[in-house]
Design a protein around this ligand. Sequence first.
Ligand code: NAP
Length: 284
Amino acid sequence: MPEPIMLKGAEAAKALRRELKAEFAQHAERVGEIGMRIVQMGDDPAAAGYTRSIVRTFKRVGLEAIVVELPVAIPAPDLEDELTSLNQDTAVHGVVVPTPYPAQIPEDLVSGTLSPAKDVDCITPTRLGALFAGSSTFAPATAAAVMRLLDHYQIPIEGKSAVVLGRSNTVGKPLAMLLLQRHATVTLLHSRTEDLEAETRRAEILAVAMGRPNFVGYKHVGSRVVVVDVGTNYVGDELIGDVDYDSVMPSTAAITPVPGGVGPLTNTILASNLAQLLREAGAG
Ligand code: NAP
């Protein structure tokens, strides 16, 4: 049996960054300085860590992502004003608001206020609607990163049985839509699925985004499956995926390590989404 292919996000990201650097240089000739803003409320460790990694990634494609720091206790109407002013600012081309949001901010305030023209992470109903209607491949960064990773390693998708475990609006659902657009036969699983193992064992491509460390084991997979583990769970200081790598790996044709799989590619996809927004603005 051949060794499984390691699906490494860093390798796929490197190739994409080269393309993006050249493209951003072209956009800059047209629009001047490219304005990317990260709206950070307070210092929640997950949101702050995400902010730092976005800043680092954008630097590697030649862009300065500016952090707009807001107090953690910002009232919802003030955040709405802040986002409205970023929407109107012609020097700003893309905006990301890392989650989790502070408790006083309604879940849909950011997605309802941000202009779809500046929605780098595809959270607005307009952008998601286009994705679900099948008229766009612009997608939330993590879902798009999974597709990019599969494409980078030339994993066939069309006609395959693709099983997505997890149905969040940010990962599972958009990933299911992207796989469907590429003509996979898609099954979307969740916590109410009966006989999860029977469903996952049918997968030729199994993408797992559930937030349960090491949940998926050898009993969940058939043979020669392609496994993409989106899970990022911190157990103490250790980053652990949703897939029990050692137990599953022998049954796979290809598998993502965690860390080192989807994660390193996600923020580069954000930059790729910003490039898409600039392309759309240039065409409009
Ligand atoms: P989420 O919103 O909590 O959704 C988890 C999904 O998994 C839900 O649909 C849930 O089903 C399902 N689920 C949970 N336990 C289950 C079980 N025992 N059996 C079957 N289904 C179960 O999580 P998320 O935001 O999609 O994130 C998922 C994971 O991806 C997390 O580890 C997160 O940290 C990681 N993540 C990674 C990246 C990256 O760049 N690598 C980016 C984003 C997220 P119900 O809908 O029925 O509750």
